[in-house]
Design a protein around this ligand. Structure first.
Ligand SMILES: *[C@@H]1O[C@H](CO)[C@@H](O)[C@H](O)[C@H]1NC(C)=O
Length: 159
């Protein structure tokens, strides 16, 4: 039995929170899912709702490389600044190279969230669907996609 207090809590938190969705789509020329000979290229898709088509960000924009303990990682900004909750709502099932906490992970940096990939996942086709929850409407942070693109260009320069 579901208790009324719990129901009320769920209703309140869904009313007081605003969400956005993202898709990070990475693909290699051969569409390998076990780490092929080529690096994947990624682009982000901005969405208000999980299942809409969304607005694509130019390929590679908001992504950069870093080295961690001698291992290369590619980071991609998912444009959810000040989000209090970020979660992966979907990733291709049965992936042979991309494993959460091993070859990919969402990481919080200051107010922002980035998704990194490493190892064979860097050379694999993989799609992530990501949800972000905010206390305030997203358009209080960005008025247009051009502002989002400018934010991503500036973000990569800072690294
Ligand atoms: C991944 O792709 C890069 C660039 O083509 C290549 O140099 C590297 O050997 C590949 N890695 C693997 C594990 O095959």
């Amino acid at each position: 039995m579901i208790r009324p207090v719990l129901v009320l809590t769920i209703i309140c938190s869904s009313v007081l929170s605003y969400h956005q969705y993202r898709e990070l789509k990475c693909s290699t020329p051969t569409n390998s899912i076990r780490g092929g000979p080529d690096r994947a290229e990624c682009h982000l898709v901005l969405k208000e709702e999980e299942l809409e088509t969304g607005r694509p960000v130019p390929t590679g924009l908001g992504c950069w490389q870093e080295e961690h303990d001698g291992e290369e990682r590619e980071y991609c900004d998912i444009v959810c600044p000040k989000s209090h909750t970020v979660f992966i709502s979907f990733i291709d099932q049965g992936h042979r190279a991309c494993f959460n906490f091993i070859t990919y992970q969402i990481e919080k940096r200051n107010d922002e969230h980035v998704l990194w990939r490493s190892g064979k996942c860097l050379n694999s086709t993989v799609n992530y669907r990501i949800g972000c929850k905010f206390d305030d409407p997203f358009d209080t942070q960005f008025k247009s996609d051009n502002e989002i693109f400018a934010h991503l260009r500036a973000r990569v320069r800072k690294v």
